[in-house]
Design a binder for this molecule. Structure first.
Ligand code: TRP
Length: 453
């Protein structure tokens, strides 16, 4: 009860949507979505992603926000409050941000490095194919940039200016969108880019596979911060008079819109500047960093535009990693009853202890390759393709069969009608759990080498 009294609420409806969207929009949209779309067949990935967003994504986000708003508690408490046996699910969800945060900051460090490359006018170097690979395999520089990035976040939190950063990023986010559109239009006007536009927008059904679905699903969770307790916490701060269904649609539209534009900015450029070969498209985590400098190099004022662009990406990344870090701190404070200072110190040490090896995983530690993956890919895989589907599955079981969909529907209907409640019930009770188990089984078999896709 104590907690209930202390809990602030978002002052207005748009405030909630903006806060949720602000945390949702980050490297997931700008860096992760385009490289997955490029790798997993372009149009078919986009199509699968959109279908999942309006079905799974929609149902799961409504569920999580409603759970938080109903109980006024964050993940650990919310599940437990509704059914004692499911307290573990809250804890399980809380593990996910612990896996994500360190490697998120490693990528934040890459963005910071690229900002300095553009500011110091070394665009021509960065536009070569070897630059990125050469950079991340160095033993020192990437670790230093990672540490600077982490300290930057820390200083912002210590100075108590996260609010200012949020506000600044709210201003910068629209600029980022506009710049993304400009860069996308420029990229698409280059010779050869139209093949990329086709690849991105026209689904090739022969490329459909279980891995595509799994990749799209993991991306959906990642990008919308689902299946990790975050939206439950946001929901706990949401006022009762906000229209749940509408808010969720707005967040989804915003988040997906930005991811879509990021894909349009990068994929046609891969065709124009790197030929669109399987190898060029399958670059994975390095795709954005390899492709964009080529675009900026051939653009008028490309150095300045690139510098501004990476600054904006840095802001988007910082707001996300700060709220990720905040999440870790509050989990430790809540669960272990630690003071805030102690929790901050431990989180900092943890992020560094895990982030440094992840960063070195591309260089001196590249021999550590669990299941043939780099350390970054490995952590990314464990959180997105294993943990999140498990949490999502158990959440469906919890809502579908323990507290029953009615509990969520009632919460959603406190303010206005929940138009698609039948659809919601069917997804939560039947479609989502069955699909999640199938997808999970496929992914585990694939990693273990039982099947090859
Ligand atoms: N959704 C964020 C992105 O697209 C990443 C993220 C995952 C996140 N979980 C989060 C951000 C929790 C803030 C809080 O980059």
């Amino acid at each position: 009860m104590e907690e209930q009294k202390q809990r602030g609420t978002f002052t207005n409806k748009l405030g909630f949507v903006l806060a949720a969207a602000g945390s949702a929009v980050g490297l997931g949209n700008l860096w992760r979505f385009p490289y997955l779309a490029a790798k997993y067949g372009g149009g078919i990935f986009l199509l699968v992603y959109l279908i999942l967003a309006v079905t799974f994504g929609f149902a799961l986000m409504i569920t999580e926000i409603a759970l938080g708003r109903k109980t006024h508690l964050s993940a650990v408490g919310a599940y437990k409050a509704l059914d004692k046996r499911f307290g573990f699910l809250g804890s399980l969800a809380c593990v996910v941000p612990f896996i994500i945060t360190p490697y998120y900051c490693v990528i934040g460090g890459w963005v910071l490095k690229y900002l300095t490359v553009f500011v110091t006018n070394h665009v021509a170097d960065a536009a070569t194919d070897e630059f990125f690979g050469g950079y991340i395999s160095q033993p020192m520089a990437p670790v230093i940039f990672f540490l600077i990035y982490v300290i930057l976040g820390l200083v912002i939190v210590m100075l108590g200016v996260e609010g200012g950063i949020e506000k600044a990023s709210r201003l910068m986010m629209p600029i980022l969108v506009v710049m993304t559109v400009i860069i996308a239009v420029f990229g698409m006007s280059q010779p050869g880019a139209m093949d990329g536009v086709k690849y991105y927008l026209m689904p090739d059904f022969s490329r459909f596979s279980a891995t595509t679905v799994l990749a799209a699903l993991g991306q959906l969770f990642y990008s919308m911060s689902l299946a990790m307790g975050i939206m439950i916490t946001y929901g706990s701060y949401m006022k009762k008079d906000a229209h749940l269904e509408k808010s969720v649609r707005q967040i989804e539209l915003f988040d997906t819109g930005i991811a879509f534009m990021a894909g349009l900015m990068i994929i046609p450029a891969v065709f124009a500047f790197s030929g669109g070969s399987e190898e060029a498209l399958g670059k994975g985590p390095s795709l954005m960093f390899v492709t964009l400098p080529k675009v900026f190099e051939s653009m008028k004022f490309g150095t300045v535009i690139g510098a501004i662009f990476f600054l904006l990406v840095l802001f988007a990344a910082l707001t996300s990693s700060i709220s990720l870090t905040e999440t870790l701190v509050s989990i430790l404070c809540d669960k272990l009853k630690w003071g805030r200072k102690k929790a901050c110190a431990i989180v900092l040490l943890f992020v560094i202890a895990v982030g440094v090896p992840v960063s070195l995983g591309f260089g001196p530690l590249s021999f550590v390759a669990p299941f043939g993956m780099s350390l970054l890919d490995f952590f990314d895989f464990i959180s997105n393709s294993v943990m999140m589907p498990i949490v999502a599955f158990l959440t469906c079981i919890f809502v579908g069969y323990v507290i029953k969909p009615k509990a969520i529907i009632e919460e959603a209907e406190i303010n206005g009608k929940f138009k698609v409640k039948k659809f919601y019930t069917i997804i939560i009770k039947y479609i989502a759990p069955v699909c999640l188990v199938a997808i999970l089984a496929f992914s585990i078999m694939e990693v273990l080498g039982i099947i090859t896709v």
